[in-house]
Design a protein around this ligand. Sequence first.
Ligand SMILES: [Zn+2]
Length: 179
Amino acid sequence: MVRTGWGWATLAGMSTIDEVMAANEVYSRTHELRRLTPRPARKLAVLMCMDTRLSIRMMGLVEGDAHIIRNAGGIVTDDALRSLLVSHYLLGTEEFMVINHTDCGLMHTSEQDLRTRIQNRTGTAAVAPAFFYAFQNIEENVRHQLQKLRTHPWVPEKVAVRGFVYDVASGRLREIKEW
Ligand SMILES: [Zn+2]
């Protein structure tokens, strides 16, 4: 039996979120991340896919080193851009890394397929999100993200903006040059 937000539950009946809350109770006894500051120690911001196979471990980073901004695909959306600007102007990062990866879910679909699939499941259309940012060519997709950052008037030239493809089979990052 463990204490949850709504009372007592058996372990067998716990949802993952309940398990997370129980684990947090254990974590908070030592709270090892207490010493971290909000400013990334290595002045790096990484925009990458939310895919489970990507991690700060593959870059030799530890908590506190960098801002990790994640969404489906590792796409420079308005919101990712917002986070990168906050990262640079408020919290001092000086290098931006954009990471897409092989076998990405957004490569196995198209904008129209995804929209149709969800509409068929739900029986309804929706205005937002306007785009899912499905893509076919991964290198082209990385270059497109770099271009969106490079051409933005609020991303200063002194900020290094570099793009990469992470190979989920080999574990290697490969840099994609802009042009
Ligand atoms: Zn992905």
